[in-house]
Design a protein around this ligand. Structure first.
Ligand code: 13P
Length: 265
C-alpha cells in the first residue's frame, strides 16, 4: 500500500440511480486503468451493489461506512464483515466521529469491530480526532507548550491506543489506515491549518512508531474534514499526509475527480 489514498465517504446520501450515475461518472472521468493513487468509494449499504457494478473493471475499491463486531446472528439491523466482503467491499470505516458522537460508539466497540474486520480480511480506516471543546481547552488551560501539546494529543492518543494496543505489527501496516478528522472541521467548511495538521499527523506517526517500532512508520495517515478542490494541494503538501478522507466533495464527480488528480500526481 505505498500509493496515496483518496477515500470518498458518501455518508447517508444518494439513492440507487444517483449512486450508479456518480460512480459511473467518476470512472469515466478517471479512466478504467487509473492507478496513480488508490481510490475508495464508501457509499451507504443500500447502494453497495449498485456502486460495485458502477466501478467494475476499474481500479477503484469499494468500502463500507460501518461494520458490526460479530460474524452473524441475532443482531437486528447490523451488517457483518463477511457480508461486506460478500457485497464486494475490501474496506470498512471504523470509529467515524459521527458514529462516536451521534450514535455513541465507544472505544471498546470500535476495537472489537476493527479486530473482527481485519481477521475477516477487510482493510480498516480507523478515524480519530479531537472535538472543538477539547482543542479550545488545550489552548486555554495550558500554561506552556508541552502541556498544551499533551492536552491536545490526549484524545487522539486514547483513541489510537484503545483501538490498536497489542495488535500484530504486520496487521497494522497491511490492514489499517488512520484517518485524522478533527471533529470541528467535519462538514463545517472550517479548515485545519497546515501547521495544525502537521502537528497532529507528526504526533500520530510518533505514537505509531512507539507502539509498533518495526512497521509503525509504514501505516498510512489520512486527513479528513472539509477537504475541497481549493485546499487539497495545500493539505497534501503537509508532512505525513498520505491521502484524504473526503465527505461532501465526494458527492460531486467533478470535484472528487479534481481532488483525486491533485493527489495522484
Ligand atoms: P466533509 O469533507 O464533508 O467535511 O466530511 C469529512 C468526513 O467526515 C469524511 O469522513
Amino acid at each position: 500500500m505505498d500509493k496515496k489514498l483518496v477515500v470518498g465517504n458518501w455518508k447517508m446520501n444518494l439513492l440507487r440511480e444517483e449512486a450508479l450515475e456518480l460512480s459511473g461518472a467518476i470512472v469515466s472521468l478517471l479512466g478504467e486503468d487509473y492507478d496513480a493513487c488508490q481510490v475508495v468509494l464508501v457509499p451507504p449499504y443500500t447502494v453497495l451493489d449498485v456502486v460495485r457494478r458502477g466501478i467494475s473493471g476499474s481500479n477503484i475499491d469499494l468500502g463500507a461506512q460501518n461494520v458490526f463486531s460479530r460474524m452473524s446472528g441475532a443482531f437486528t439491523g447490523e451488517v457483518s464483515a463477511p457480508m461486506l466482503l460478500d457485497a464486494g467491499c475490501s474496506w470498512a470505516i471504523v470509529g467515524h466521529s459521527e458514529r462516536r458522537h451521534i450514535i455513541g460508539e465507544t472505544d471498546e466497540q470500535i476495537r472489537e469491530k476493527l479486530l473482527l474486520s481485519i481477521s475477516c480480511g477487510l482493510k480498516v480506516i480507523l478515524c480519530v480526532g479531537e472535538t472543538e471543546v477539547q482543542r479550545e481547552e488545550a489552548i486555554r488551560e495550558s500554561e506552556d507548550i508541552s502541556t498544551r501539546k499533551e492536552m491536545l494529543f490526549s484524545p487522539i492518543k486514547t483513541q489510537i491506543k484503545n483501538a490498536l494496543h497489542d495488535l500484530d505489527e504486520e496487521r497494522i501496516s497491511e490492514d489499517i489506515v488512520i484517518a485524522y478528522e478533527p471533529v470541528w472541521a467535519i462538514g463545517t467548511g472550517k479548515n485545519a491549518t497546515s501547521s495544525e495538521i502537521a502537528e497532529i499527523h507528526g504526533y500520530i506517526r510518533e505514537l505509531l512508531t512507539e507502539m509498533f517500532p518495526r512497521l509503525g512508520d509504514s501505516v498510512k495517515i489520512l486527513y479528513g474534514g472539509s477537504v475541497k478542490t481549493g485546499n487539497i494541494k495545500r493539505i497534501m503538501s503537509v508532512d505525513e499526509v498520505d491521502g484524504v478522507l473526503v465527505g461532501g466533495e465526494s458527492l460531486s464527480a467533478d470535484s472528487f475527480f479534481r481532488i483525486i488528480k491533485s493527489v495522484g500526481v
